[in-house]
Design a protein. Sequence first.
Length: 598
Amino acid sequence: MDAPAQVSGHTILCGMDLLGLRIVEQLHGFGEAVVVVLHEHDARAEAVLDGWGIRYLVRGASGATALTDAGIAAAASVVCVDPSDVVNLETALVARRLRSDVRVVARLANPVVRDAVAVDNGPGAVLAVADLAAPSVVEDCLRRAMHPVEVPGLDLVVATDEVTQPGTLREFYGDLGPIAVVSGVDNPYAGTAVPCPPRDTAVGPGDWAAVIGTPAELAARGLAVSELMAPDRSRPHRRRHPFVRLRVGVAQLLDDVDPNFFRAVAVMAALVLTSMILLRYTYSRPGMSFLDALYFSAETIATVGYGDFSFLGQPPLLRLYAIFLMVCGVTNTAVLVAFVSDLLVSRRLAHSVGRRRARMMRGQILLVGLGEVGIRVAAELVAQGHEVVAIELEREHRNLDAAEKLGVAVVFGDGTQRDTLLAAGLERAAAVAILTSSEMANIEVGLVVRELLGDRWDDGAGHPSVPVVLRMFDLPLGRLVAKRFGFRNVRSTVELAAPWFIGAALGLDVLGTFTVWQDSFMVGAVTIESGGGLDGVRLRELSPATRVVAIDHAAGDLERNPRRDSQFDAGDVAYIIGPYAELISMLRLGRAGAAAPG
């Protein structure tokens, strides 16, 4: 459908990878008009867009002509989500030049460029997928059942809890707001969550609940939040005695030496020993002690004599042996120097440092992949006081310098190989996050990790288990993989990032996203506009899949835990939590001219 757009108030999307496809799908589902700019023909993407009836243009680049043809003059927003930062930067700058009032939402991974673009960017947002996805991965690695929620003026936390006896949510949690309930399963990750159930929902043994409240409110119900205040170290790193560290360090250094080095040392030792014995009993005028013989052998091999002893005046056979000794000694010395140089000044040393450091660690977090998401997760873990070991296949990866500054031990190798995982200390790791840019590689690594962990595999049954976080791009595939192979923590970076891009494109105030088990939730703020779809609406008329945690009334009072009869009035600001599709639908109602929920 390569034709100029004849719409207004629409969203122009440039870039159609999985993230772009998910954004288009959601916007289309919300009834928003979308025009897609493709940089080249893509049969699969075009077939999907045709099936949805969405206009698209095929242009070689997202320059002024492409944006003009896509109708930027009448557009509400431009979303730049191409995998290339360069393309997104060009599109964002051109869009801002063409219209200063259009909302421009740009995906930029480079932090320096991102910060520069964000200054005086105008309406819209500049976002990085890694920054949006990393917090959920970190929480899974640290096995945190608590999620801090950002609401201005309120310190709120979402906590998960296992129900141990029959009752209702109100009986167990009082005024705490229920966020989700999973019924009848030992492992909540294997069940289907019911979002934002009523407080009078009946629950029983085998059910799990996620509730929201302040730290004091949670503590009053026996749900402590101290784990959010300090690093969670189920297996803390213990400092070793200096002599033990020295012994381990020497042993690890010897492991990195080429085995042929020890053969060369053995040849040198045999040469010196033979020469010492021979000189002790055959050297005459004057005779030699064993110490003299050892000294003279080393002097001859090193070719630094002869000021004190010499072979002048010795028998011909002994002088011929001296020639043999010097030739063999110099050759063997050259071989030894070559091995030492290889160990000390070659790239071999730099690439083995990570392995040696990994062997020294206990209770570290193991990351597989140092890409955009991997380095961001590493930074957050290090900032919280955890030791991190990363496996990276590329020896010239762009993030190696950043990893070195963070103090991350990098083990070079293929994460799908058992030897690489063991060299990185998998058997001593407290958690594993598999974050490469290939879904198939992540699944393969996850299966190998499951096999190597054995009884420590995180199946939800025992406390010694090791949480394993698996990065996926396609959430439906991730759910199938989780169910088939028993992965508890499957995280889709696309699903975690998409709500932010959609919210920014629609001009909505998204405060944060988090996950409860395998489901994504979003926190948003909506200002009730006069004549909008939420003006005069009572909470009981809203979608049951969302929860209003607070209303900042225009009169100046903040209403916490509003009840079903509470009402929205023009000028109020409502803080709402729910599955992001439901929440975005509700936030759109707050705009002037939107129809009230029916």
